[in-house]
Design a protein around this ligand. Structure first.
Ligand code: PLP
Length: 398
């Protein structure tokens, strides 16, 4: 039998869509001009970037002048955090508020700043994976220069109370950054209405290629540069523009926000079927809030299972899924997100993340619902850990 690939790891990356590929192709071929050049193929690139900036701004409720293109989500996160810290330090403010379960692009940047004289408060999340706005409010001090809280978590899909946190930050006159890489196209975003000052997004999570992203910076925020050099991006971010990538990102975000309610309806139906079926497996649990979660996110732990073995077995069935985050697979540390919501190490190790896109079908869901229980049973039959769980031993005690 010819095995069809079932790709359900869309939080790690997505396939470039046909409309996106078609939109970017001219700039990879004859329209290769440098956007800073004055001859027509250069000017054509500059026009394409301007149009792309308008499209991205419109998708977020921002002004065109508030959008800056970057090399991806990680760069936008680094820019927002390091440069807000830099600006804050100039005014004697060297304290940052974030949460324990941010993406590593945020967490490791904060850890870097701690080594350079900044103080960081890592606000906890509850067992459902939600941040409480009052905890953010309590963490803000007179010397806080930035609050950074992700819009939606990449592992457990929980959607955070961003408008509430935005309101608090605006009232307290503290800059508010959100990593919205996973939220864009899955949740309606209006940066103005939500009091967001800085927002990061990435192309490759919404069917554009890897290596392109954007930052929204509210008028008046005016952070210093992260990347110094030429006068591109109105002198705010140097480097010859990735014209094809920028055009692709704009096309991708335009498609992504076109009909979010329809996408939510379609994906959450598939998501809930997976959750229903897979939590029927004994000693399984859903991680993250069942309702306040991304429409395409499923994250379930199976006790007595090694996540890596589960992924390898599913790969043999043509199913591409994830355990924890793609950045940490290969390492034996359990996911910091699953530990943050209170999972014991052994349970955190046996987690499966399935993230859907519009490309997935009911047949994909059927295949996963058939394969996962079978694979889990097979792996447990070989697992000494499972033996001990059945004997009711405390496997996290030692
Ligand atoms: C993927 C991801 C990033 C990093 O984006 P890149 O474009 O890969 O650098 C940052 N934050 C979150 C939440 C992500 O999911």
């Amino acid at each position: 039998m010819d095995k069809r690939l079932i790709y359900v790891d869309n939080a790690a990356t997505t396939k470039i869509s046909k409309p996106v590929l078609d939109a970017m192709m001219p700039y990879l071929t004859d329209g290769f001009g440098n956007a800073s050049s004055i001859y027509s193929i250069g000017m054509n690139s500059a026009r394409a970037i301007l149009k792309a900036r308008e499209t991205v701004a419109k998708a977020l409720g921002a002004k065109t002048s508030e959008i800056y293109f970057t090399s991806g989500g990680s760069e936008a996160d680094n820019w927002a955090i390091k440069c807000a810290a830099d600006a804050g330090a100039g005014r004697g403010k060297k304290h940052i508020v974030t949460t324990v379960f941010e993406h590593h692009a945020v967490l490791h940047t904060c850890e870097y700043l701690e080594k350079h004289g900044f103080e960081v408060t890592y606000v906890p999340v509850d067992e459902m994976g939600l941040v409480h706005p009052e905890d953010i409010e309590k963490a803000i001090r007179d010397d806080t220069c930035l609050v950074t809280v992700m819009f939606a978590n990449n592992e457990i899909g929980t959607i955070q109370p961003i408008p509430e946190i935005g309101e608090i930050c605006r009232r307290k006159k503290v800059l508010f950054h959100t990593d919205a890489v996973q939220a864009v196209g899955n949740v309606e975003i209006d940066v103005a209405a939500m009091n967001i000052d800085l927002l990061s997004l990435s192309g490759h999570k919404i069917h554009a290629p890897k290596g392109v992203g954007a930052m929204y910076m509210r008028t008046g925020v005016n952070l210093p540069n992260l990347i110094h050099g030429g006068a591109q991006e109105r002198s705010k971010r140097a480097g010859t523009e990735n014209v094809a990538g920028i055009v692709a990102l704009a096309k991708a975000i335009e498609e992504a926000v076109k009909d979010i309610p329809a996408k939510q309806a379609k994906l959450s139906k598939m998501r809930d079927r997976l959750i229903n079926e897979l939590t029927k497996i004994p000693e399984s649990r859903l991680n993250g809030d069942p309702k306040k979660r991304l429409c395409g996110n499923v994250n379930i732990s199976f006790r007595g299972i090694e996540g890596e073995s589960l992924l390898l077995s599913l790969d043999l069935e043509g199913i591409c899924a994830s355990s924890g985050s793609a950045c940490t697979s290969g390492s034996l540390d359990p996911s910091h997100v699953l530990l943050a919501i209170g999972l014991p190490h052994s349970t955190a190790h046996g987690s499966l993340r399935i993230t859907l896109s519009e490309d997935n079908t009911d047949e994909d869901i059927d295949a996963i619902c058939e394969a996962v229980p079978r694979v889990v049973e097979k792996l447990r039959a070989m697992s000494p850990l499972w033996e001990r769980i059945l004997r009711d031993e405390d496997i996290d005690a030692e």
